[in-house]
Design a protein around this ligand. Structure first.
Ligand code: ADP
Ligand code: MG
Length: 247
């Protein structure tokens, strides 16, 4: 894939005490592409995700988003920069309805000046929330308390809430964890649809899941980049196959 990178990881090393979880990991995430980060358990995927999304600082190296070094960017600024991640601690509000959760997320992104704007602006918020519910397939469940949704639906709701920020870059860490095969299929379809309109980085343990939908695949193993390329490249890579054998 040609084109520029919206996000770049440059020489990322991450140490926890004496343990090195990531060693000199560099990667480019092309704008508009769906890039999957895969690897066996313990490969360092979540650590890499947490660094890309600003949850933890790298020990060495830097993350560059739209040409900007993110080291000096506090977490709360990420949404305004166009970066959203799913499955952060602020998950769904269990006692709010599904629609209210998304509306709150939409409202959180309205600047404080917009509060003084006319009622039309608030109606627009409702419309926006409705469109997001439709996107993730939760329109029919909009009146339900979020806490009563099935696991897969809660994760879809979290994605709708993440989308409220209208991110240009969406970061997802194992969105199908704990899902049934049916929920997993639905989530993969949703991710594929979302990736048509924005850049997506999808961290996923199960290689098979991402091969059919990704533009690029980055394979981590023991905290290092083992391979990088198109799904076809990765499928044909003997080392990758050896690492995944028996998984
Ligand atoms: P993955 O998501 O690919 O399964 P992780 O990034 O969660 O892998 O973990 C990579 C390695 O780093 C594992 O060996 C894990 O035990 C270790 N690790 C992750 N987070 C910490 C931490 N906060 N402190 C110490 N070790 C950690
Ligand atoms: Mg993980």
């Amino acid at each position: 894939m040609t084109g520029d990178a919206i996000l770049r990881a440059e020489g990322i090393t991450c140490r926890f005490g004496r343990f090195t979880a990531l060693r000199d990991v560099s990667a480019s995430f092309p704008r508009g592409a769906l890039t999957a980060v895969i690897g066996p358990n313990g490969a360092g995927k979540s650590t890499f995700f947490n660094i890309l999304s600003g949850s933890i600082p790298p020990t060495e190296g830097r993350v560059v988003y739209e040409g900007r070094d993110l080291a000096r960017t506090p977490q709360h600024r990420y949404a305004r920069l166009g970066i959203a991640k799913s499955f952060q601690i602020t998950t769904v509000f269990p006692s709010l309805s599904v629609a209210e959760c998304v509306r709150v997320a939409c409202q959180a992104l309205v600047s404080r000046y917009d509060i003084w704007r006319p009622r039309a602006r608030l109606t627009a918020l409702d419309d926006e929330a409705a469109a997001l519910l439709d996107t993730v397939g939760l329109w029919d469940k909009r009146a339900r308390p979020a806490g009563l949704l099935a696991h897969g639906e809660q994760r879809a709701l979290e994605i709708a809430m993440a989308l409220a920020a209208r991110p240009r870059l969406l970061l997802l860490d194992e969105p199908t964890a704990g899902m049934s095969p049916e929920e997993t299929r639905a989530m993969m379809q949703l991710i594929l649809r979302l990736a048509r309109e924005r850049t997506v980085v999808l961290v996923e343990h199960k290689m098979k899941l991402v091969m059919g939908i990704s533009d690029r695949v980055l394979v981590l193993h023991h905290g290092e980049v083992l391979a990088e390329g198109t799904p076809a490249d990765i499928r044909g890579d003997a080392t990758v196959r050896r690492v995944y054998l028996g998984q």
